[in-house]
Design a protein around this ligand. Structure first.
Ligand code: KIV
Length: 277
């Protein structure tokens, strides 16, 4: 059971399949650091994703492509420490698993041992990725798939756009999703996918789908936390709802600090210390 003060006991890959069976929506948000991870755990989020969106949100890159395995492990272990009772999934970054199944296993070994997360996520479909998923899951690594808009392939896809609109693309995505399930994935993210297609895939799979820009027919929903809290100024895609305006509150607080120091109202005597008599 999950309460608003956090999970009573850690979820497992089986919990998510059970939630799907019961028709209970799965909530997923991203975190990249210790303090934010603690907020997510206390809010009762079902799964925390250390996404490679880290590249844009925290590191200031234009895409997720430059993110390294070391970056992911560094932030993944901070999230683990901040949310010790949560089910944490870590993204394997670009080119840390696409070269071969062997490379994927070595990256997965480092990620699991050094960041102590519960599972890993990788992007894409097709026979090579399915084989990689098979190898990882038989080595004991839980894997979440990711289809639709796969940001690590943004240059190949020609931008951040909806995927699977054409019937042939939709058919391929459905087949990829079934193949990922057969290969052993415990869940699949569907990003920027037409709602009807995402609903159809969700119905055909026994494992849960986690949507972002994929409509209400998915078994769960994920958002990048900074976007959901209004901390990413100017980012207003159609699929996003801002659940808070934390960015405005941060700006207000920062301006108040600057003004208070400048006008001498902070610090006052009550913020200081006295010497021993
Ligand atoms: O990197 C990320 O944050 C993600 C989510 C958007 C699904 O992959």
């Amino acid at each position: 059971m999950t309460t608003s003060s956090g999970p009573e006991r850690a979820k497992s890959v089986h919990s998510f399949r059970e939630m799907k069976r019961r028709g209970e929506p799965i909530t997923v948000l991203t975190a990249y650091d210790h303090l934010l991870a603690g907020y997510l755990e206390r809010a009762g989020v079902d799964m925390i994703l250390v996404g490679d969106s880290l590249g844009m949100t925290v590191l200031g890159y234009a895409s997720t492509v430059p993110v390294t395995l070391d970056d992911m492990i560094h932030h993944g272990s901070a999230v683990r420490r901040g949310a010790p009772r949560s089910f944490v999934v870590l993204d394997l970054p670009f080119m840390s698993y696409q070269v071969s199944a062997e490379q994927a296993l070595l990256s997965a070994g480092r990620a699991m041992k050094e960041s102590e997360v519960n599972a890993l996520k990788l992007e894409g479909g097709g026979p090579a990725i399915a084989e990689t998923v098979r190898r990882m899951t038989s080595a004991g690594v839980p894997v979440m798939g990711h289809l639709g808009l796969t940001p690590q392939s943004v240059h190949q896809l020609g931008g951040y756009r909806v995927q699977g609109r054409a019937p042939s693309d939709a058919e391929r995505m459905e087949a990829d999703a079934l193949e990922l399930e057969a290969a052993g994935c415990f869940a699949v993210v569907l990003e920027l996918v037409p709602s009807e297609l995402a609903a159809r895939i969700s119905e055909r799979l026994d494992i849960p789908t986690i949507g972002i820009g994929a409509g209400p027919g998915c078994d769960g929903q994920v958002l990048v936390t900074y976007d959901a809290l209004g901390m990413n100024p100017g980012f207003e895609p159609r699929f996003l709802r801002r659940f808070a305006e934390a960015g405005r509150e941060i700006e207000r607080g920062l301006q108040a600090f600057v003004e208070s120091v400048r006008d001498g109202t902070f610090p006052t005597d009550e913020h200081g210390f006295s010497a021993d008599p």
